[in-house]
Structures are given as C-alpha cells and as structure tokens.
Design a protein around this ligand. Structure first.
Ligand SMILES: C[S@@+](CC[C@H](N)C(=O)[O-])C[C@H]1O[C@@H](n2cnc3c(N)ncnc32)[C@H](O)[C@@H]1O
Length: 276
C-alpha cells in the first residue's frame, strides 16, 4: 500500500523536507503527505512511501528529489494578491524612491509561483508610469525566483486561462495588459519584458542574484521554522540596497525574526524598510 507509513518514516520524511526546502510539516499531517505524493509514486512506479524514503537516504536522482519538493509545496497565488502591497508601491514606495534620487530599480519576487506576483508588480509599474515620469522605473528589472521548476515553466509561458485571470484581475486590466490567444490570455510584451525567471532555493546563497531595491517575500515564510525565517530575512537585508523595501504576506511578520528593518505603516498597509 502506497499510504502505509510508520511514525519513524514520517519523522524521516519531515527531516528531509525541512532540510531540502525549509518546509516544516506539522505533526499528524501524514494524510497531506500521502495525498500529495501518491500521483508521483504511481508515475515513477515506486511502490510505497517507505521505498521513496529508502531512495532519499540512498541519494535519489536530482529530478526525483525536485519532484518530491514540487509535490509538497503550496503554489496558491493570484493577481494583486491582498492589494495592499501593490497600492503601497503605487502610492508611497515609488515616489519615495524618486525622492531618494534612485536612478534604477531592481525588484526580487522571491517565491513567484506561477508568475502572478512579478507580472502584477510589472503592471503596477506600467500604471504608475502612465501618470509619472519616475526615471528609476523606466528600466526596472524584476527577478522572479522559485524553488519549483514546474511553476517556473508555467510562469515563463505567461499564458493563463479565464478562470486564473478571474482571480484578482479586473476586466479593464485584462484588456489593457493581456492579449487574447484562443481561449487563453498572453501577458503583453511590455509587462513581460521587465521580468526574468530563475530557480532559487531560499535556503541557498543569494549572492548570484545581485542587489535589490525592493524584495517581495510573500506567503512562503509561514511554512518555515523561526530559525529559517530569521536566517532568510537577515540574508535578504544584505541583498537590499540602502533604504531598500521588503514586503511580506498578510499573515507574516518580521517581529522577533530580524532587527534589520523598520516597519512602515502607510495608509495603504504595512511594509518594511532597511534601517540606515
Ligand atoms: C503560496 S506560494 C506564494 C506565491 C506568491 N508569493 C504569492 O504570495 O501569491 C509559495 C511559493 O513558495 C515556493 N517555495 C517553497 N519553498 C521554497 C524555497 N525553499 N525556496 C524558494 N521558493 C520556495 C513554492 O514553490 C511556491 O511557489
């Protein structure tokens, strides 16, 4: 039976997952693990989770290890998710950057899933530029990363169906920033051209990514242990330029995890700024 798993095997799998990608599986989540891995085990003709664990301990091939991580990650996302971060960019952050005399802008969407977050940032920039001549934004680079190779493939396609577009995107924005392609919609080139995608595990070094002015790290830290959160936030602080900005998810906080940032409460919502 695929789903038979002993308490010891569950502990071994939890340890593997935490060390591989930071995700902490709670106690009693065997059903979640089994439901997420069943399809993969069938496709790979692996008889049981116990056999998968044996593979993990004996250095399983990279593609299979990645597929296990892929199956265990939650990729939930939407356009303009929670609205507040994008309103903060539009109403506060972009004009502050102009005031600070920034000449260019690099933004990191650090757990980009299927692309809605970086493309939403790019749409926000285009809308901002319609009414402002903020020079730093003309050449914005958005680096979008995720651990999941399959999500990055989806994100790069930049091609979504109606039901996915309906999650957070207004009819006006759909008409303005997407091109109809049969029953699907392609992100317009002006929006796509700012965004590049790269595989990046948040547990690994960020050195190769360069420095950023704004980091989005949204709805991913919730899955990690306090020690991992602290480590990631402190390393993100080092990846930011002076007075750089950090956006977390609506249910995430920095309190207790890093002293590198000050909290900014704007009328549009909360974000964080690197301390001087
Ligand atoms: C819930 S989605 C959040 C997407 C987007 N940031 C948002 O707020 O809508 C979480 C994403 O984090 C990614 N993820 C999980 N662990 C990761 C890790 N260790 N490194 C990089 N990305 C990771 C998952 O693959 C998934 O796409």
């Amino acid at each position: 039976m695929i789903g038979n798993i002993s308490p010891k095997e569950y502990e071994q799998f939890k340890l593997f997952l935490e060390q591989a990608c930071g995700i902490v599986l709670g106690d009693g989540k065997q059903y979640l693990m089994i439901s997420r891995l069943t399809k993969l085990l069938r496709n790979e003709e692996i008889a049981s989770i116990a056999d998968l664990l044996t593979g993990i301990q004996r250095n399983m091939p990279r593609y299979l290890r990645d597929a296990v991580i892929d199956a265990m990650t939650t990729n939930e996302t939407s356009w303009f998710r929670d609205r507040s971060p994008f309103e903060c960019l539009d109403k506060t952050v972009f004009s502050e950057m102009d005031h600070d005399g920034k000449r260019q802008c690099r933004i990191w969407s650090s757990a980009c899933s299927s692309g809605q977050e970086p493309y939403t940032i790019s749409i926000t920039i285009s809308e901002y530029l319609e009414s402002s001549r903020l020079s730093s934004l003309n050449n914005t680079q958005i680096v979008a990363t995720d651990i999941s190779a399959s999500m990055l493939v989806e994100a790069k396609k930049a091609d979504y169906d109606e039901s996915i577009l309906g999650r957070g995107l207004s009819a006006e924005r759909k008409q303005q920033f997407f091109i109809a392609n049969g029953d699907r919609w392609q992100v317009a080139n002006d929006i796509k051209r700012r965004v590049s995608f790269k595989e990046q595990n948040l547990l690994s070094s960020y050195d190769s990514l360069g420095k950023f002015d704004i980091i989005f790290c949204r709805n991913v830290l919730i899955y990690f242990s306090p020690e991992r959160k602290s480590d990631i936030l402190n390393r993100m602080a080092k990846a930011l330029n002076s007075r750089g900005y950090l956006f977390l998810g609506a249910s995430e906080t920095i309190t207790g995890y890093s002293d590198a940032f000050e909290m900014v409460r704007s009328p549009q919502g909360v974000f964080y700024r690197l301390k001087d």
